[in-house]
Design a protein around this ligand. Structure first.
Ligand code: SF4
Length: 387
């Protein structure tokens, strides 16, 4: 197979990780610590990491500040990050600029100030509108605060607001999930992410599951909740454009997250952040101390990097492409891998199509909603066919 041609002067995305939270949620596997007094040291180092990572000749058309809890930063601190992104990565004034917000820390005043620094998209970590579920997850906020955060976002003038929800909790019923979805629809967000609860090793929730304090929801019932979100949100006009993501229409899809799924280049900054410019992918140390000491020594705080072989890139293209309703674009696949997707995978394609899991036309191949439930199995079988 020939190597794909890297794009010259592409648009890039920038992800900045804010590794601080007020407390740790029981299910959380993201890197964050609760020592907010270290924020100033971290921001000094972040500026240096941006200087060290500076790329000439690019334009950044998305900036995503995630975490952690970015809304622990003052608006001025957030404004500094925007200024550095402009200075070192040529941040486009019209870039999609997303700020993740925790309902426990969102005030209209702060959100107005963030907006003044150019943020034009809020992603609010609601997770649930059910206080019992929020307590189970170890979230600090209540359903009332989640509603207040959305109102604060609207009052601050944000027209592009996304909400995150979690489903698949142990005692979640069709009724409680339906009321979460209906509440979300009533708030008219432009974007909704519905993540399935996962039990990550080394989290308190995983330990509680292992010790038998509760029983996980069965796969069958979890699948029913996934179908329910697809049906309810579809009926409310949302397009299910990625396995976990819905947008009011294509205009409101997350441009930044689409870069991850479409192999567009992005730079990740901060502890545990990942970056990618095909064929290279790299990631930073998952420790603030390690991160700070590397930066103090004038080094990029890289934990490691990998050079993806063409076969690895094809595997990623299958997995990431089939997560999206647009699916795999056959002409792109041909261009990148010098291979005809239909010919390469035709036996599996016919089988999955007969199951009702996969569809294909002259341009694309995509999974049906039922197929999305079997994404891992489908991709595993396709991978076995790669020689
Ligand atoms: S607020 Fe987010 S990043 Fe922080 S502990 Fe909770 S889930 Fe993790």
């Amino acid at each position: 197979m020939a190597n794909p041609t890297p794009e010259s002067n592409p648009s890039i995305g920038i992800y900045v990780h804010i590794p601080f939270c007020q407390s740790k949620c029981h299910y959380c596997d993201f890197y964050s610590i609760t020592r907010a007094e270290r924020i100033p040291d971290y921001l000094d180092a972040l500026k240096k990491e941006m200087q060290l990572s500076k790329i000439s000749g690019v334009r950044a058309d998305s900036l995503y500040i995630g975490g952690g809890t970015p809304s622990l930063l003052t608006p001025r601190q957030m404004g500094n990050i925007v200024d550095w992104a402009a200075a070192y990565f040529n941040l486009d004034p019209n870039a999609e600029m997303t700020l993740e917000v925790n309902p426990a820390t969102a005030t209209t005043r702060d959100l107005q100030d963030y907006a003044a620094f150019g943020f034009n998209r809020l992603n609010i970590g609601v997770q649930s509108f059910n206080d019992h579920h929020l307590t189970f997850l170890g979230r600090r906020h209540t359903a009332k605060q989640a509603l207040a955060a959305v109102k604060a976002g609207n009052d601050a003038g944000f027209t592009n607001i996304g909400l995150d929800l979690i489903f698949g909790l142990p005692d979640q019923t069709a009724g409680t999930w339906k009321s979460d979805l209906l509440q979300a629809i009533r708030l008219a967000p432009k974007h909704l992410a519905c993540y399935m609860l996962s039990y990550e090793p080394h989290t308190p929730l995983h330990a509680d599951l292992q010790s038998g304090r509760f029983t996980a929801l069965s796969d069958l019932r979890t699948a029913d909740l996934f179908r329910m979100a697809h049906d309810f949100l579809g009926a409310a006009g949302f397009e299910h454009y990625e396995i976990s993501n819905y947008a009011q229409n294509a205009r409101w899809r997350s441009k930044h997250n689409q870069k991850y799924w479409n192999f567009a280049p992005y730079v990740g900054l901060g502890p545990a952040a990942h970056g990618c410019r095909v064929p290279v992918r790299w990631w930073n140390h998952r420790s603030l101390d390690h991160y700070l000491s590397d930066i103090a020594a004038g080094r990029l705080p890289r934990a490691d990097e990998e050079h993806l072989t063409l076969e690895q890139q094809m595997i990623e293209a299958l997995y990431l492409g089939l997560r999206q309703s647009d699916g795999i674009v056959l002409a792109d696949f041909q261009r990148r891998f010098q291979s005809d997707f239909k010919l390469y995978f035709h036996t599996a394609i016919d089988r999955f199509n007969a199951e009702g899991w996969l569809e294909m036309d002259d341009r694309r191949c995509w999974l049906t909603m039922e197929g999305m439930l079997f994404l891992d199995r489908i991709v595993d079988e396709l991978i076995e066919m790669i020689s």
